[in-house]
Design a protein around this ligand. Structure first.
Ligand SMILES: Cc1ncc(COP(=O)(O)O)c(C=O)c1O
Length: 462
């Protein structure tokens, strides 16, 4: 075989692209009926796949042939049958945007390097800041996901306290995503300066408890640094009382952050906008396009009311960057932890513009419908308890017979290969979560999930 040139010519390029595209096509065509759960990989396969790169190059078909069995391991997060954790729809149109961004490889960290591509990315950021009503000084940055966005938010809030911040306190709920407390830890905030505020019956931060703990801290000489509310918790989709949290943050001069990684883009829908009321008062909002905009993994972001705060917290340039020219478009390198970054704007921009915003609104609306219907049907099943009515598109339920019975339902669903669900622990009890957030999850799949649960419950020992 003639070795593939390190810079392939037009024919090789076309053949490679065609082979990869055909492989993806075959996989996607089978996705709806393929098992969502394959179980652990066998040891021999893992051993083979751990093989280091060969000295001489291999044929693309040979390499795609190695990916094939690798795909048949674990669970398939791209399947519409995947209702675990927070699904990520992996819009094919966005995957093509990722391909465009990587293949063209223009540098978007500084706007002087590719003003046109930065303008494309900025069009999406501005669409988001206006969606949340953040005002004229708003801006933001696309990051790898919710974790980096929450970290960037804590660093921004912390920087307002100056270099010494040992007296600064972060407030978030006991159902916060762990990336919030992890972000605080990475940002150098001591564990005893992070308050996990209790939640109410519906697992939303209790504003009276927040008020009390903030007042006690201030009386003790501490400075409230940040109130981090969640708009759609990972466990159950609960939305903290955003207006009340905003009031309390404002009363104490604290930064008001909303982690809307999961729930944020429900703002596009009428029901979501009503439930997220108060989000427009945030100083910063974590959004995650690889959750509620169905993008492939790797595109989240932080939008802020006043972009100057992001720059104050993150500006830093080496002497070799003296040729960076400042203009009207932002330099993302000054606004977050990364310098060089992949082009996250193109996948988002391409998908939003190819489908149109209304397609996203309708899909999110249908996710709310699927969750509402599933909750109603589960509530009617004898022996099933819901934790609460779903606020967004996650339904958490358990068997009233206890944790063992609940675990058996989860196992039966996952072993079936037809539906995959994950679980959580709340109040020391096990709950199964059904998370509807993939454009590939249809009403037929949701029906199948409920039918499987029903069948499992009525089996002897179920
Ligand atoms: C509410 C919330 N915040 C933050 C994150 C972290 O996002 P990522 O996994 O994109 O880092 C998640 C992930 O599930 C989440 O649900």
């Amino acid at each position: 075989m003639t070795p593939l040139p390190i810079e392939p010519g037009p024919e090789d390029r076309a053949a490679l692209t065609e082979a990869v595209s055909a492989f993806v096509g075959r996989h996607l065509d089978r996705l709806t009926e393929a098992p969502v759960f394959h179980g652990a990989a066998d040891e021999a396969l893992v051993e083979q796949l751990l093989h280091p790169p060969d000295e001489a190059g291999l044929d693309i078909d040979e390499l795609l042939g190695r990916i094939e069995p690798a795909l048949a391991t674990g669970f398939d997060t791209a399947s519409g049958r995947f209702l675990s954790y927070i699904p990520s729809g992996a819009l094919h149109t966005a995957a093509l945007g990722t391909y465009l961004g990587a293949a063209l490889n223009r540098y978007t960290a500084g706007s002087h390097a590719a003003p046109g591509l930065v303008a494309i990315e900025e069009s999406v950021i501005r669409w988001m800041t206006s969606l949340f009503g953040l005002g004229d000084n708003a801006g933001g940055i696309l990051l790898s996901g919710g974790s980096l966005a929450n970290l960037t938010a804590v660093v921004t809030a912390r920087s307002r306290l100056g270099e010494r911040f040992d007296d600064g306190v972060v407030y978030t709920s006991e159902r916060t995503h762990h990336s919030m407390t992890k972000g605080a830890r990475i940002a150098g905030i001591a564990t005893d300066r992070v308050r996990l505020v209790p939640t109410d019956r519906r697992l939303r931060m209790d504003p009276a408890a927040l008020d009390a703990v903030m007042a006690a801290d201030v009386a003790g000489g501490l400075r409230p640094m940040m109130v981090a509310a969640t708009a759609g918790t990972t466990d159950t989709g609960a939305i903290d009382p955003l207006d009340r949290c905003a009031d309390l943050a404002a009363a104490h001069g604290a930064w008001f952050h909303v982690d809307a990684a999961y729930g944020g883009f429900f703002q596009l829908t009428d029901r979501g906008r009503t439930r997220l009321a108060g989000i427009e008062r945030a100083d910063s909002i974590t959004v995650d396009a690889h959750k509620s905009l169905f993008l492939p993994f790797g595109v989240g972001g932080l939008v802020v009311r006043d972009v100057e705060h992001l720059v104050d917290a993150h500006e830093g340039r080496g002497a070799y960057m003296q040729d960076v020219v400042d203009g009207d478009l932002p330099h993302y390198l000054s606004m977050g932890p990364e310098l060089t970054r992949p082009n996250r704007g193109l996948p988002l921009w391409l998908a939003l513009n190819l489908h149109g915003v209304d397609a996203f609104r309708r899909t999110l609306d249908s996710m709310l419908d699927l969750a509402g219907d599933a909750a109603a049907r589960l509530a009617d099943l004898p022996g099933v308890e819901l934790i609460t009515e779903p606020e967004l598109s996650i339904v958490a339920f358990r068997s009233t017979a206890g944790d063992d019975a609940t675990a058996r339902i989860q196992q039966a669903l996952n072993d079936s290969g037809r539906i995959h669900v994950s679980s959580t622990t709340i109040d020391d009890r096990l709950w199964i979560r059904l998370a509807f957030l993939s454009q590939r999850t249809t009403a037929a799949i949701a029906d199948e999930a409920i039918e499987l649960i029903t069948a499992t419950m009525t089996e002897p020992g179920g």
